[in-house]
Every structure is written in structure tokens, then in C-alpha cells.
Design a protein around this ligand. Structure first.
Ligand code: MN
Ligand code: MN
Length: 302
């Protein structure tokens, strides 16, 4: 079934808003164990801030901020410009963000010092920090799967260079795009099968409850809850109550689930808590990214 143009724009916005909602909701339980979360909140299901970063309710972290930095670069240049993305990452790092991952910091420092736009292959770079910022790439390359692959990897390698991270970026980007374009859950599941066929380590049928920042744990957590729940709220609640890297698993889950369930399914009580400037920024940028995408600009090659 082919969705209407308006529906595509709405789902694209829901995907990007989903990142922020998962980030803001999950930041509260980041680095907690499921047991600690249970004894403190029973079930954590409200955007209340706090957490180890001591956030305000509705405040987002690096996951959302880096996604916005990529979106901003594309919109500034009206095209894909990796150097502009690196510049925006650098400006963001200098703005003293509330949180920044060590691999991300290393990559940005390498750009700052040497102008590096691709960090070397590194077996320790299998964190989830490149996957968490895939939303703008998915939106901007809607309608061209080859561009998605190329740009997913380019943006990833600014900080993370590992085949599992690369595969995860592409898979999450593809799933987000497919969901925006009206895929059902069988279509999405088939995409996870392609990933697990190539990299069996991502299999999630016997989910062990690990939700760390290791990209394999992260995707297993996201997929487990995406396919075992029936709403955006249930999916994200399940994910963030798993603790660990909860803001990032939440952000990635929110990206795919937001695209899949659409704007109407985003809980109003969560949207109301989200920082209003962040929300407005995301809604504007998401729309602009789709407007610049191959879907709307056929023939576009970059
Ligand atoms: Mn974060
Ligand atoms: Mn995180």
C-alpha cells in the first residue's frame, strides 16, 4: 500500500520525534539495572528527567543533539556535506554538551586535530553511537537505498569504524525508511533477518536482557521490544526499563517505532514534556530533510 505524501511527512517527523522521546525517557534509567529500576519506579513510564546526568524533564542528550547536528548540516548546505557534519559535531562538542561518548569524542578530536573524516577501522568501535544518529540520514535519503548505505557509513566513520556498527546503521536506516513508506511488521522483521543472516550475533529470538552500549546488545533490545509489543508507548517503555544504555536504546527504538506507528501514536503526555524548542526544531528539520530527499527530488544523486 502506497502512503500519501502527507503521511510520509508525518511519519518522518514521528521517527525523529521518536528519537527525542526515547532519549528523554531513557535518560532517567541510563546505567541502571532492571532490578534497580523496578524497585525505584515499579515501571518507569514518565518523562521526568533526572538520571545520572541530572536532567530537566524533557531534556534530550547527545543522541538527539548529534542527530540534529547532521540534519542542520544537510539543511545548511542543501546537500550531503560530510565536512559540514564534522564541523557541526565539533561545534556541538565545544558547546559543552551534557553528555558525549568516548568514541565520539575521540573521532571529533581527530577531525579537529588532523581533519580526519574517516577514523581507522577499530575493533573497539562497536558501540551504538553511530546508529543513534541515523534518523536524519534515513529521512534525507528516502527513495534511494544506495545513498542510504553510502551516507550511513560515511557519517558513522566520522567516529565509529566497525563492521557491526556499519551493518547496524544500514539496517536501522532501512527499517526506518521502510516504516515511513508504509511497511508492515513482517517487512520490518524480514529486514532484521537479512542482518542476522549476515551477522548471526544480532539474533534476538532468545533475548537475554542485555542493553549495553555495545551495538549488538542495543539492537537486540530494540528488536525484542519492537516485535513483542503493539504500540509506540509499550515498545519504548519496555526498552527503557531494561536500563543499561537506555537513552540510546530508547532513541533507536523510538526512531523505528515512531516511523512505524506514526504521529498519532506518540503519547501526548510525553510530547507535552519534551522541551518545546527541541520539538519544534525536530519537526521543522524532519520536514525539510524529506523535502530534499530523492523521493521529492527525483534524479538527485547526492
Ligand atoms: Mn545520550
Ligand atoms: Mn546513551
Amino acid at each position: 500500500m502506497k502512503p500519501e505524501r502527507n503521511d510520509i511527512y508525518a511519519r518522518a517527523q514521528a521517527a525523529f520525534l521518536g528519537v527525542a522521546l526515547g532519549d528523554a525517557l531513557g535518560a532517567t534509567t541510563e546505567f541502571m539495572t532492571p532490578g534497580e529500576i523496578k524497585s525505584r519506579y515499579r515501571v518507569h513510564r514518565k518523562i521526568i528527567g533526572g538520571g545520572w546526568l541530572g536532567l530537566k524533564a524533557g531534556q534530550v542528550t547527545d543522541d538527539t543533539e548529534m542527530s540534529l547536528a547532521i540534519a542542520e548540516a544537510i539543511i545548511q548546505q542543501q546537500e550531503w556535506d560530510l565536512k559540514q557534519i564534522a564541523e557541526n559535531f565539533l561545534a556541538w562538542m565545544r558547546s559543552r554538551p551534557v553528555d558525549i561518548g568516548s568514541t565520539v569524542r575521540k573521532g571529533i578530536r581527530s577531525y579537529m586535530t588532523y581533519g580526519t573524516l574517516e577514523v581507522p577501522d577499530n575493533e573497539w568501535d562497536a558501540g551504538n553511537g553511530a546508529v543513534m544518529r541515523m534518523a536524519p540520514v534515513a529521512l534525507y535519503t528516502l527513495g534511494n537505498p544506495n545513498l542510504l548505505r553510502r551516507y550511513a557509513i560515511q557519517q558513522a566513520h566520522l567516529t565509529h569504524h566497525h563492521r557491526l556498527s556499519d551493518a547496524a546503521c544500514i539496517c536501522v536506516g532501512r527499517m526506518t525508511q521502510a516504516a515511513i513508506l508504509g511497511a508492515d511488521r513482517f517487512d520490518l522483521h524480514a529486514m532484521t533477518r537479512e542482518l542476522t543472516l549476515e551477522f548471526p550475533t544480532f539474533k534476538f529470538n532468545r533475548y537475554k536482557g542485555l542493553a549495553s552500549g555495545y551495538v549488538v546488545d542495543t539492537l537486540q533490545t530494540v528488536f525484542h521490544y519492537l516485535f513483542s509489543t503493539a504500540s509506540f508507548e509499550e515498545c519504548l517503555t519496555g526498552i527503557v526499563n531494561q536500563g543499561g544504555d537506555a537513552d540510546t536504546t530508547g532513541a533507536i527504538g523510538g526512531m523505528i517505532a515512531g516511523a512505524f506507528y506514526g504521529t498519532e501514536a506518540l503519547p501526548k503526555k510525553w510530547l507535552k514534556k519534551l522541551n518545546p524548542a527541541t520539538r519544534a526544531d525536530i519537526e521543522t528539520k524532519a520536514k525539510e530533510l524529506v523535502r530534499l530527499s530523492p523521493l521529492e527530488q527525483p534524479g538527485r544523486r547526492s
